[in-house]
Design a protein around this ligand. Structure first.
Ligand code: SF4
Length: 64
C-alpha cells in the first residue's frame, strides 16, 4: 500500500498540488495548507508531478 503524506509544518499553502492533482490533495482554507484527501493515492503521474512541483518538497509517498 502507498501512503501519500504532506508535512503540514512545511506546507506554504501554494495550492500547486491541489491544482495538479485535485483527486488526492485538497486545500484547507482555514489552515491555509493542503492536506491529503486520498492517502492511498490515485493517478501516480499527477502525484509525481505534484511532488516534483511542490516548492518546499513536503510531499512524500511511502510504501506501508
Ligand atoms: Fe503545500 Fe507543497 Fe501543496 Fe504547495 S505544493 S500546497 S507547499 S504541499
Amino acid at each position: 500500500m502507498l501512503e501519500v503524506r504532506i508535512d503540514q509544518e512545511e506546507c506554504i499553502g501554494c495550492e500547486t498540488c491541489v491544482e495538479l492533482c485535485p483527486d488526492v490533495f485538497t486545500f484547507d482554507s482555514v489552515q491555509n495548507k493542503a492536506y491529503v484527501s486520498t492517502p492511498e493515492g490515485g493517478d501516480q503521474e499527477c502525484i509525481e508531478e505534484a511532488i516534483a512541483s511542490c516548492p518546499v518538497s513536503c510531499i512524500t509517498v511511502e510504501e506501508t
